[in-house]
Ligand binder design. Sequence first.
Ligand SMILES: [Zn+2]
Length: 391
Amino acid sequence: MSFDLILRSGRVIDPSQKLDAVTDVGFAGGKVAAIGNALKATPGANVRDVSGYIVTPGLIDLHTHVYWGGTSLGIDAEQFCRTSGVTTAVDTGSAGPGNFAGFRKHVIERSQVRILAYLHVSHAGIFGFSDRVMVGESEELRLMDPISAVEVAEQNRDLIVGIKVRVGRNSSGPAGVVPLEIALEVAEQLGMPVMAHIDHPPPSYEEVVALLRPGDVLTHAFRPFPNSPTTAQGTVKRIVLEARERGVLFDIGHGKGSFAFKTARAMLANGFYPDTISSDVHALCINGPAFDQVTTLSKFLCMGMPLADVVGASTFNAAMALRRPELGSLKTGSVGDATVISIREGRFDYVDVIGEHLTGDRKIASEGVVIGGHWWHPMREQSSDLKQIAG
Ligand SMILES: [Zn+2]
């Protein structure tokens, strides 16, 4: 068997196959070709010594905004992924049916990083989001574009994984929960999941979650009060437990206003882990409080969520939410994406969206990225730690 790339002697954590062991991962033809000890380096193979590091399936950030230049909230996916260990950035609703073509042609097709998208049901996606202009794209029902949304999603099934909608005081205002009902109708027509955003009520957390179907994703699930999933007594709201029971998925979507340590502590204390952890990185939160995916993951690690579960929430679980089982796994035949991380120990300051600080004892750092079976992350190219040892 010949390899393009071998990651040698890392601690491989792959929740999709319940694996946590020091071993090698070999890539060929853009896919994971083999996993096992002492894989034989074939001539021309790029071999990297990652001993002392952790190798995970390529991290998936299920909630990002990467329509750079096309929307004011968009950030540059490649820049972001280099530092945050992400190999698949899932854009959630930056584009709607009226401007998805530009997203595809000008951003996604040119990107070395994998970009998938939830299509917004509102005509031009999240078009009015900056530090000076804030207009909810779900507020104006004349912008709801279900027929075009179905058409555009049908034409782009290779990239579009579901339908996004934002409801809440800031995003849908007087339209309330109606845009979600329209999004659900579109998703039903397509056989795709919905990702629903919530912010301040109305509508209430309860109203929104009650409408979601198995496989739909609620993002901003660990919001601060108001519209948090917990009761005043610190228990999990009954309707939230019922929703999980029927298969609704709970995503973090940290962002600028959607994640609180207080909520997360209460949820974890009740044994309610998020299904997926995502950063909701965009122009107004990339310099804090969200920063990036590894920082968001680190917060959960420091709050006591086990490492394998944290990794699973950004790999296997995210791939399941996307219905793309070929991602988020290092099983042979999977897409050849991997992330090399380290866990630094010390005292690290973390902050949530309401300004609460948490001092954590660990920090997950991105050390390298493999995309499509090739080493992609040039940031530490000069570093002696992860140097190329053959090829
Ligand atoms: Zn968002």
